[in-house]
Design a protein around this ligand. Structure first.
Ligand code: 6PG
Length: 255
């Protein structure tokens, strides 16, 4: 599996907080443009720790007052196998940091059912929800207006972890799988769905991501053949990597 990441933009800020400010500005631009052009903006959000500050910033008065939240539909790029009120739930984190503080219509929020008894059936059902609510792009795949993704130190994104079959999935849009390195199951967007998006913001901060960023941007296909994030390559969209100096320094990236 050779990565084919072709970042259309790599933006570097000195600190994680400044990188988050930039990501918030990009969010604002994409959401306002999508609503202006199509009357709606369909987004899928990342979990983990990196986006906490971004979601909190999107909910601050200065930004949130200008955003047409009532026209925003919120999905989740991946989820852990825990209830929605569990501390490890991505939905719970996004609800606390963002959704409880902005006027998104409750009916426009689509949590991922990653703690269902039958995970495969739940993944299929979530895929049907996406197909029913997100119009297809030119290649027939539902096309989100904006995906926020993070990256792990091992190069995973969403819950597409190295050496798992989900990374190679070409048909399903949503996969549910046991992740050996975690010892837990995850539900996740697959690359066919991710790469159909109009805009992808890959927000990566911190020293612990510096080696993965070097591999991700390397010309050497062997360095990234087991790096899932190297598969990020929107077919009819743009990929914007937003880094801080700590994440970009080993790759020689500076503000
Ligand atoms: C999750 C995320 C995951 C995350 C990376 C980076 O469910 O954990 O969706 O893909 O973006 O693991 O996580 P951090 O932001 O915590 O470093």
């Amino acid at each position: 599996m050779s990565g084919n990441l072709v970042p259309q933009q790599i933006l570097v800020e000195q600190t994680a907080s400044e990188a988050t400010d930039l990501a918030a500005e990009l969010f604002e631009t994409v959401i306002c443009e999508a609503v202006a052009e199509r009357g709606v903006c369909r987004i899928a959000l990342a979990g983990g720790t990196t986006p906490h500050e971004l979601y909190e910033k999107l909910a601050t008065k200065g930004i949130t007052s200008t955003l047409p939240w009532s026209q925003v539909e919120v999905f989740f790029g991946d989820e852990r196998d825990v209830p929605q009120d569990h501390v490890e739930s991505n939905y719970c984190m996004v609800q606390r940091t963002l959704l409880d503080n902005v006027p998104v219509e409750p009916g426009n929020i689509y949590p991922m059912p990653a703690d269902a008894e039958d995970l495969q059936a739940a993944a299929k059902a979530y895929e049907e929800v996406i197909r029913a609510n997100v119009p297809a792009g030119a290649n027939g795949t539902p096309q989100f207006d904006l995906l926020l993704l993070g990256m792990g130190g091992d190069g995973h994104t969403a819950s597409l972890f190295p050496f798992t079959d989900a990374v190679k999935e070409k048909k399903k849009l949503i996969a549910a799988h046991f992740v050996p390195v975690l010892g837990r199951s995850r539900m996740t967007f697959t690359f066919p769905l991710i790469n159909a998006a109009r805009s992808i913001i890959l927000l990566v901060t911190g020293d612990d991501k510096a080696d993965a960023v070097v591999d991700l941007l390397s010309e050497d296909k062997h360095r990234k053949k087991n790096l899932p994030s190297a598969q990020l390559c929107p077919e009819n969209g743009k990929l914007i990597m937003v880094l801080d100096t700590a994440a970009g320094k080993k790759a020689g990236l500076k503000p």
